[in-house]
Write a protein that binds this ligand. Sequence first.
Ligand SMILES: [Zn+2]
Length: 401
Amino acid sequence: MRAGPSQEDIRRHNLGALLRHVHLGGPTSRAELTSKMGLNRSTIMALTSDLTAAGLVREELPRETGRAGRPSLVVRPESARVYVFAFDVGPDRLAVARVGLGGVILDRREAVRLRGPFELEELTGILAGFARQMRRKTRADTVCVGAAAAVAGGVRKGDGMIRFGPNLGTEEVPFGEELGRRLGLGLPVSVGNDANLAALAEHSRGVGAAVRDLIYLHGDVGIGGGIIAGGHLLGGHDGYGGEVGHMVVNPGGRACGCGSHGCLEAEVGERALLETAGRLAGEQHGRDAVRAVVDAADRGDIVAQEALKKVGDWLGLGVANLVNIFNPEMVIFGGMLREIYLGSAAQVRTRLTLHAMAPQREKLRLRTSALADDATLVGAAELAFAHVLADPLEVLARANA
Ligand SMILES: [Zn+2]
């Protein structure tokens, strides 16, 4: 006979669930927690006092209740005390943030990354250096409980190995291990694909909060994606799932960095747009170059308008395929796809009408990212907090040791 969960398992689960509520929802009264979690008042009180004793939350009287009687205490996360480090490695940018429990960005550093080969030691050295600078500025009673990184590439689940990252100029590098060693915090660094993590960020704190089925499309040099189905990120067997950028939309089309032809990324990515708009000459690239095409189209530049139409057409075809397969409630355009979508929404909608099945598109909402350039960084922070929310007291005891 298999035993059910022990009292201790239930308590651990409830502690994590309560902490998740205040981490994602902000300050919440005991009364609200009681009704949201479906537990009785004395259980909520006991859980809250355990989390308070551990220094993860604190309780305060609400400012104004407007109601007679004894007010319910408000539970708020100890954002200034408990934090994680979040890293973002994109083709053109390195970013590091110190993010407090509750998702508050407390401090951040950024550097421009020049496109070219991926120098593991140099790159992890810069990231760890930024983290050290920020750490030196913290109060003595603060505690770092985790670290995670978002990278523009395919990452092996479990050990943070970047398996492929054509847009970062790398493959097969032990990124998580090396960054963990450089940080020297005695903490493992979790690593995830940037678009997957941005999808999680929009799902937990952005335009897709409370949406259980969504697809997030991230444009950088390439196109990445994150698919949230039934509230869970689809990672696939080894964690490489969701590579919607390599869905073939135009067999025999443009060559793609992955070795194939006519992938969504090859037809819609930065290079395709700039080339079609006749702007690939010289050193123009990156988000600003993409924005310049959209602005020019707005001002009536015919070549820019035609380029956006063409790219929007491919984008719409890709989205229609995804909508037919996954029936999302929302599709979110982030990174530079935000600009491309805003400049080509008519083409995207036309393709959806032509190719997406009616029942799947009836209630579909198309949105742009709410977290904008912070989506990947916020997603990395959520990945770093995941183990804290799974077992708050254990993680905090270890961090304090
Ligand atoms: Zn490809």
